[in-house]
Ligand binder design. Structure first.
Ligand code: ADP
Ligand code: MG
Length: 250
């Protein structure tokens, strides 16, 4: 089992030259009766450590599909995905679950906080059923709440928090396992523009401070403005990349 310290060491152990995400010619097809829906078409991307990459595109363009495949919540129909240098096609479901557990944090549009747990318990949740030291876990959860400006709301349940506060709590939760990669699917879609901008800036700053790599999806240009790289998606394809030059493809 992974302790907090071991998780940190895992994070530090990977080679700095290794991209955190390398996806090559990834397709996702869904059969719907006689029809085939092309959710993802020949997507190739590389995300380097410390990047804040943003998938930008209209509803239905394949953003969630790509994020879910990167995070191992879904498998591609075709193509390869390397996470931290590991070929995910070679992993069993349980090996992928272990990689996800040690490496990836998730943030969702609808926050996905557990309603009957307090904010600090929600932050602890990913590690709550593991043999980690309770006192150290609570301290770390409180530290993360402090970082996102939520320590004064630690004992509140989600229903008592605003949308922005719930998403800040969810950001703290995504970081509890000291992930190398945070995947955020439309993290500001349920927030007003100003709160959304605050949340995204917070996510970006935290991640740059903690050396975490972020891939976020959005159709909000304000979110994209905070990103170091914007990958535009349309009809399942990555149609353009702006920001840092796209690293050479193998
Ligand atoms: P986005 O997140 O950009 O809104 P999605 O990745 O959710 O887009 O979806 C991309 C396309 O794939 C859409 O046309 C969607 O309807 C389709 N799609 C996604 N999941 C499924 C599924 N399980 N079965 C059939 N079609 C799907
Ligand atoms: Mg989506």
């Amino acid at each position: 089992m992974t302790s907090l310290t071991e998780a940190a060491q895992n994070g530090a152990a990977a080679s700095p030259a290794e991209p955190v995400v390398r996806a090559e010619h990834v397709w996702k097809l869904h059969k719907l009766g006689d029809e085939v829906v092309k959710a993802l078409v020949d997507a190739t991307l590389t995300v380097q450590p410390g990047e804040f990459a943003c998938l930008m595109g209209p509803s239905g363009s394949g953003k969630s599909t790509l994020l879910n495949i990167i995070g191992g919540l879904d498998r591609p129909t075709k193509g390869t995905v390397f996470i931290d240098g590991r070929d995910t096609a070679a992993l069993s479901e349980s090996q992928f679950a272990a990689l996800r557990h040690d490496t990836v944090g998730f943030i969702f549009q609808s926050y996905n906080l557990i309603p009957f747990l307090s904010a600090v318990e929600n932050v602890e949740l990913p590690l709550m059923f593991e043999p980690v030291d309770r006192t150290a876990l609570r301290r770390r959860a409180m530290d993360l709440l402090e970082l996102v400006g939520m320590s004064h709301r630690a004992s509140h349940q989600p229903a008592k928090l605003s949308g922005g506060e719930q998403q800040r709590t969810a950001i703290a939760r995504s970081l509890i396992g000291q992930p190398r990669l945070v995947l955020a699917d439309e993290p500001t879609a349920n927030l007003d523009q100003r709160t959304g901008a605050v949340v995204v800036r917070l996510l970006r700053d935290l991640c740059s401070r903690m050396g975490v790599t972020v891939v976020a999806s959005t159709h909000d240009p304000l979110v994209a403005e905070e990103a170091s790289r914007v990958l535009r998606m349309q009809d399942g394809r990555i149609v353009s990349t702006t920001g840092q030059p796209h690293p050479p493809e193998a």
